[in-house]
Design a binder for this molecule. Structure first.
Ligand code: SF4
Length: 517
């Protein structure tokens, strides 16, 4: 079959700071190609709708799959599905990915018959079965694991047997030099491990995978790394180097094979403090940037997000990261209940520290515990506002003032890191990029004001809403987390962790440690 996999357009945040290689799309493409299908990929982060429509009109794929990892992309994908149906007639049209897995029924409802199914869970595990079932007759689609059709749910989603089985089809992606994160430009993405063993209430990374944690073998990771031409590498793991031994094995292989890259990774403060020597080792290997999940700077805020890491630990982790001599970025979550004083305090604090600070807005999502326990009522049913840059919960200040304060804070942080002073410091990097024709980073430096504007953010709330998302059921006090899972939980055997690391995770996770998840 001719199979086209599509990544939707960029969101507000990705218009500025990063544009990541769509690894999930490449894995999906690899699985289908390995099974003998003719596969193409299109990434609308770097191409546009006209390119897409031209491609489907010329190539006429038999199946088109849309990757939906962000709720805010859903209206765009639904419109594209309807348009594609008009052009391709009887082709198989489906969606999959992280967000689609949590709102499959809603997506099918919005598509009004134009979408055949949603594939929940890991797409690369079931895409081949789906394509084969479709060629045997549309009725057979409902037997594929993870499939939801307008008629109902099929068998539960399945995991791929082994993460080593599929290497991403990087060669299928056009415009490879368009991907970057900060100064790592161009930058490829790679996966060392999948899933997260923690259970933060505001996050759906763990509920999607049934709180499992699986690793790729160092051997396959090294083969993949050696094939990557880009000098920058974004390690996509939600929490890098949970299992210290795995991090050492990969690092030693990098040394032995003489692989020279620059790395960006994300981790938790407590993992960093627990594995200091490992992170020092990775600094020597080329780790340049680290994103630390701090989320809030006071005990009240941390308690709100139920992270069982003390404030002292967060600051200690920041100190240690600084001592490594790498660039550290942190994220703070602005709550809609914040007032002017709170924003002012945050601005002051951010100016006092050397780290890059990003601010996002507290947004409950389908698939998270917060979605089912948040007592404040959701103020909008517009998917496009669920992009962590808009307020979907009631704000304490009038909404216009909230955005005014939010953008003012972001502007100050932006000037601190991306303004003239910082640019002086990055002049060498910019010059090097320009020599190689890489302008993603330079363009990023000047885009801020055209994207972040309080008036535009406020106006976004007044746009007509074609597709209304379902609101959560009434808040539950004693929610059973397993009811949120996309993939069935396998308990302890689903986590590729030593007993010591499992115990550490249990001590630091938010939920009830005696509850087996
Ligand atoms: S540590 Fe918490 S926030 Fe980070 S990926 Fe895991 S569950 Fe999500």
């Amino acid at each position: 079959m001719r199979f086209l996999a599509v990544h939707p357009s960029p969101l507000m945040y990705t218009k500025i700071y990063l544009r990541l290689e769509p690894l999930g799309l490449e894995l999906l493409g690899a699985a289908a190609r390995n099974a003998g299908h003719d596969v193409r990929l299109i990434d609308l982060q770097v191409e546009n709708h006209t390119d897409y429509l031209r491609l489907i009109s010329d190539w006429k794929p038999d199946a088109v799959g849309f990757s939906v990892n962000y709720l805010a992309n859903i209206p765009e994908v639904i419109d594209l599905v309807k348009e594609t149906r008009r052009i391709l007639g009887k082709a198989l049209l489906f969606a999959g990915g992280h967000s689609a897995s949590f709102v499959a029924g809603d997506m099918l409802r919005h598509a009004e018959g134009a979408m055949d199914c949603v594939l929940r869970g890991e797409g690369e595990a079931s895409v081949v079965s789906l394509l084969e079932a479709w060629s045997g007759g549309p009725d057979r689609v409902s037997l594929v694991p993870g499939v939801v059709t307008p008629a109902g749910e099929g068998p539960p989603p399945r995991f791929i047997e082994n993460l080593d089985d599929i290497q991403p089809a990087r060669d299928l992606l056009r415009h490879r030099r368009k991907y970057f994160i900060g100064v790592l430009d161009p930058c490829a993405s790679i996966e060392f491990a999948r899933g997260c063993p923690w259970d933060c209430s505001f996050c759906s990374a763990w509920t999607f995978y049934g709180r499992s944690y699986r690793t790729r073998s160092p051997q396959r990771i090294l083969e993949d790394l050696e094939r990557i031409r880009e000098p920058g590498i974004f390690i996509v793991d939600d929490v890098a180097f949970v299992q210290e031994k795995h991090g050492y094995e990969i690092g030693e292989g990098i040394l032995k094979r003489g692989i020279r890259k620059e790395y960006y990774l994300e981790t938790r403060g407590d993992v960093l403090l627990r594995n200091k020597d490992l992170f020092r080792f990775w600094k020597k290997l080329g780790m340049k940037y680290m994103f630390l999940g701090v989320e809030a700077i006071d005990a009240e805020g941390l308690a709100l997000h139920r992270k069982r890491i003390s404030l002292g630990k967060n600051f200690e982790a920041l100190e240690f990261a600084r001592s490594l001599g790498i660039t550290v970025a942190i994220n703070l979550i602005a709550d809609p209940s914040w007032d002017r004083e709170r924003f002012e305090a945050i601005r002051q604090w951010c100016l006092e520290i050397p780290e890059i600070v990003n601010i996002s807005v507290n947004t409950p999502y389908p698939g998270t515990e917060s979605w089912r326990t948040e007592s404040r009522s959701i103020q909008t049913r517009d998917y496009r506002l669920f992009d962590i840059q808009h307020a979907v919960l009631p704000t304490k200040m009038p909404l216009a003032e909230f955005y005014g304060e939010l953008v003012k804070t972001q502007q100050i942080l932006n000037k601190k890191h991306l303004g003239w002073q910082a640019l002086k410091g990055t002049a060498n990097i910019v010059a090097r990029h320009l020599m190689h024709g890489q302008t993603n980073f330079l363009r990023m430096l000047w885009k801020f004001n055209s994207v972040y504007d309080p008036a535009l953010q406020l106006a976004d709330h007044a746009r007509p809403v074609d597709y209304e998302m379902s609101l959560p059921p009434p808040p539950e006090e004693h929610l059973r987390p397993v009811t949120l899972y996309v993939h069935e939980g396998r308990g302890r055997r689903g986590r590729d962790l030593s007993d010591t690391v499992e115990a550490f995770v249990n001590e630091t996770r938010m939920g009830n440690p005696s509850e087996e998840l």
